[in-house]
Design a binder for this molecule. Sequence first.
Ligand code: TZP
Ligand code: MG
Length: 210
Amino acid sequence: MRPAFDPTLYLVTDTALSAPRSVPDVVRAAVAGGVTAVQVRDKTASRRELYQLTLAVRAVLDPGVALFVNDAVDVALLAGADGVHVGQDDLPPAEVRALIGPDRLLGLSTGDDDELAVALALPPGTVDVVGIGPVWTTPTKPDAGTGLGPGGVAALAAEAAAGGLRSVAIGGISAERAALVTGVDGICVVSAVCAAPDPAAAARALRGAR
Ligand code: TZP
Ligand code: MG
């Protein structure tokens, strides 16, 4: 059975922004503050480091908080993660689904109508959730491009929902901006929690804003 997944407040980890704290320590605090799903993302880690980091994050998570791994299907499977999240330059979603089987979650990044249309044309159950963004241009991922704005995100989220896909918005979301983001099933943040002096308080503020 596919694991339960609550996308309300989805944390994507950043090792550098979390420092000097460890990622598992930031995740533990963030979940105490209300984070409902976690994705381990570290573009600079070796495969082995990413595997070890995923195991360490998994060890601090309650079973009810879904754990995704960014890009690395092998790491997700070996570490017993609940799912994997891929972007447009990673393995295609149908192939990832074939690798992970029916019992894990699959997330896919989408940044425009065409990318969303491809996701919607896949057999039902291939993708569980689309990331839509960036909402705002963000220094955390400069190559993500210009922000779609809350209106652009809401339009894509409505299309996703009409096609039976859940959606989360990502990019530049802070507690101050969170209420501007509508139409999605959840919001996804990196720096608003990982760079916060108090990740638990930051997560509470994000939850409180929605
Ligand atoms: N994908 C699109 S924007 C982004 C990713 C991984 C980074 C979002 O980071 P932040 O700090 O929440 O703006
Ligand atoms: Mg990727």
